[in-house]
Each structure stands twice: as C-alpha cells, then as structure tokens.
Ligand binder design. Structure first.
Ligand code: C5P
Length: 232
C-alpha cells in the first residue's frame, strides 16, 4: 500500500468540482468525495470522477443498524470506489456487517476505514453529551482496536494519533489523517495540525488535504508540494 495524498473535494456542485479537477492535466490525484458533494450530485458524481481516472475515497461515515449498513455498503461497492468509511461507534457487529456488504461476489472490495472520535469532539463534550468518562485518547485507541477486530483496514485519525494506532494495531493497519497544513500556511479551523513532512515522519499512510490545495492560488503546485513532502 503506497503512501498517497488525498484531496478533499469539498465542493457543492459537479461544475465546481470539474473546474477544479480540470487543472490537473498530468498525474490524476486520489480524491475524497464527502457528504456535501455526494448529497448535491448523487452517485453519478462518483462514476464521472472515476471515469476520469481518479481513485476515490467516498467519505459518507455510515452509522446505522448492522443490517442497514451491510445493505448500503453492498450498494456502495458497486460504485467501484477505492476506499469508504463508517463510524466505529456503531459497534463491532455493525463494522463486520459493513465489511460483509462491501465485499463483492468476486471477493474484491474497497478499503474500509473507521472514524474513531471526530476531531470536533473533545473530552468535555464526550463526557457531557455522550456520558463517556474515559480519557479521549483511550477511547480513540479502543475504537481503533475494535475496527481491527472487525477486520477493517484502518482508521481516520489525527496525525498525532497515527504512531500510537500503528503501535496498538500493527504497522499494516492504515492511518488516514486530515488536519494537514504547510509550515507557512493558514491553519483555518483545524486545531491540531501537522505538515505533510511531519505526517510522513510519524507514519501516516494517507493524508487528506482540503483547503491548502483547493483554495491555493495554484492548486496543482500545492498538490505537487504535498506529494513531494509526503510521498517522495
Ligand atoms: O480543508 P481541510 O484540509 O481542513 O479539509 C480536511 C478534510 O478532512 C475535510 O473534508 C474534513 O471534513 C475532513 N476531516 C477532518 N477531520 C476529521 C475527519 C475528516 O478534517 N476528523
């Protein structure tokens, strides 16, 4: 599994997405389609981006009863995406169901990774809103362990957590890390950030980068800079 840079295509229309992707005339980047774009355009946007030769991480973060997630994953597997995800808090049984649903009749399937605790959740909101009183770092590691037990391929986590996840779940267990910023760039609303070079050093397998590329004056140059710092 090679290290790669995934561009978060957080746009609200196909038009804006293609205007952005048209700039990439050389190497076709791995792209992330999240809820905003998927809900705006539906499954056709996935097919169209795939047809253009991009790898796709479909970031829909499923969380429902195991049977519903299993059947929904079976539908998503037909879209031929390369990676998709769900919430680990949906339980080990839900994750096992998801994996079963995602596996195609020929035995192949997209990579399946779990969201542990969203980085927008802090200790206080976890205790007050969710009545979970353990330290958040322990909860993240426990959820990562559950994802591994269920047979998933890895987790989405902050770059700060990637090293510990590998220690607990093994080097082959993938860490997909958002919260990446250039050393000389704006951090925006992200709280805990790392540069692509630091994320590489700490062992992230994939970095997810949105605004540092999509809002750059020269998105292709910003992407190439990420690739140079993280992959090369
Ligand atoms: O623009 P930026 O680089 O902050 O985009 C990061 C992407 O990663 C966004 O699509 C965001 O939704 C996603 N993400 C995140 N933190 C998480 C999970 C996903 O920033 N914990």
């Amino acid at each position: 599994m090679g290290k790669d840079v995934i561009i978060a295509c957080d746009f609200d229309s196909a038009e804006k997405t293609f205007a952005f992707l048209d700039k990439f005339t050389g190497r076709k980047p791995f792209v992330k389609i999240g809820m905003e774009l998927y809900y705006a355009e539906g499954p056709s946007i996935v097919r169209e981006i795939k047809k253009r030769g991009h790898k796709i991480f479909l970031d829909l973060k499923l969380h429902d009863i195991p049977n519903t997630v299993k059947k929904s994953m079976a539908v998503l597997s037909r879209l031929d995406v390369d990676m998709t995800n769900l919430h680990a808090s949906g339980t080990v049984r839900m994750m096992e169901g998801a994996l079963e649903g995602l596996t195609r009749p020929d035995g192949t399937r997209p990579l399946l990774i779990a969201v542990t605790q969203l980085t927008s959740t802090d200790q206080e909101s976890m205790e007050k809103d969710l009545l979970i009183e353990k330290p958040i770092a322990d909860v993240v590691m426990h959820y990562a362990h559950n994802a591994k037990v269920a047979g998933l391929d890895g987790v989405v986590c902050s770059p700060q957590e990637a090293g510990k996840v590998h220690e607990r779940c093994g080097e082959g267990f993938l860490t997909v890390t958002p919260g990446v910023r250039f050393a000389d760039g704006d951090i925006g609303d992200q709280k805990r950030v790392m540069t692509p070079a630091e994320a590489k050093k700490i062992g992230s397998d994939y970095i997810v980068v949105g605004r540092p590329i999509t809002a750059a004056e020269d998105p292709v140059a910003a992407y190439e800079r990420c690739v140079a710092e993280f992959c090369d």
